[in-house]
Design a protein around this ligand. Structure first.
Ligand code: Q46
Ligand code: ZN
Ligand code: ZN
Length: 297
């Protein structure tokens, strides 16, 4: 297989474009797709990138260092034995290699709990609590430290797996978050959100992070297998092999549907912490309240 631009040996096929690329031209394509999100949606200002230590957020941070943006990274230590330490070391090594400032937030130190102790207390699915906690803490950190946008390493495959997972549960509220950019909303102290890898697949992100030689954490979270989104991802990737480009077309269709949905549900400040909620007290504060009650006895 030859590169469609320079006819050197290609390292990857980008099937939706019907093109193959060598290392240099693949990097150019990848950065072009990232730049497209910023240019198309006019995302500017100070960016806080949620760095997990995994391939996607690492690739995302590396790509952002090539753009004209002011970026810093944030790592959240969830207290998952073994896994969190490995991820934290990787995040530190990645940030050092890319010369980006890294901030670390520790769930145990700040809130006296960890994901395993929440799982024990609540007996609920770890990933949904983990998602609530990470979304809440990332937004709060970015808001309090004057960032304009919070960037996450969600790629096209993640995005679609998330939507199909919600469709499978007849849960349509997050549909309106399908696009690559969400504007800030002051009424719930919500910073803007940007997904720079929105147009890129899992495989493209993996290849990019390998080419960049980033010291990522390859360990899997011990709870990962409980996430049904992984099943969705496997299904989507097998579909994409048979129907090149179908992932991008799904994303495009979902974006159009979401544009037609009633926008901007009522958001107010949580009665306890002041951050966004549609229910008086936000999910994070409700979870912490239950944890305190249960820990007391
Ligand atoms: S860290 Fe958290 Fe993931 Fe672990 S508990 Fe689930 S959501 S799998 S990306
Ligand atoms: Zn080439
Ligand atoms: Zn709250």
């Amino acid at each position: 297989m030859k590169c469609s631009v320079c006819s050197k040996e290609a390292i990857i096929e980008v099937r939706w474009k019907g093109k193959a690329y060598c290392e240099t031209h693949f990097r150019g394509y990848f950065l072009g797709q990232v730049r497209k999100v910023f240019d198309k949606f006019g995302v500017k200002g100070k960016i806080c990138l949620a760095l997990s230590g995994g391939k996607d957020s690492a690739a995302c941070l590396e790509a952002l260092t090539h753009l004209d943006v002011d970026v810093e990274a944030l790592f959240i230590d969830l207290g998952i034995p073994g896994f969190s330490e490995e991820c934290r070391e990787a995040a530190e090594a990645i940030a050092a290699k890319l010369d980006v400032d890294l901030h670390v937030l520790n769930l145990q130190a700040n809130y006296g709990t960890t994901i395993p102790s929440l799982v024990e207390l609540e007996g609920k699915k770890p990933c949904s609590m983990c998602g609530t906690i990470r979304r809440y803490l990332m937004n709060k950190y970015a808001y309090e430290h004057g960032f304009d946008y919070l960037a996450t390493g969600h790629n096209l495959s993640d995005q679609l797996a998330f939507v199909f997972n919600n469709l499978a549960n007849v849960y349509l509220v997050p549909f309106r978050e399908i696009g690559p950019v969400l504007r800030p909303r002051e009424e719930g102290k919500l910073v803007g959100k940007v997904k720079p890898l929105y147009y890129l697949t899992d495989e493209e992100c993996k290849v990019y992070s390998e080419l960049a030689g980033l010291p990522i954490c390859e360990d899997k979270c011990p709870y990962a297998e409980t996430a049904t989104t992984n099943l969705m991802k496997r299904w989507l990737h097998s579909l994409d092999l048979e129907m090149p480009g179908v992932l991008r077309r799904f994303a495009e269709s979902f974006m159009r549907i979401s544009e037609g949905m009633e926008r901007d549900e009522e958001i107010s400040g949580c009665r306890i912490c002041g951050y966004a909620t549609t229910a008086g007290v936000c999910k994070f504060c409700r979870l912490m309240r239950r944890v305190r009650r249960k820990s007391r006895g």
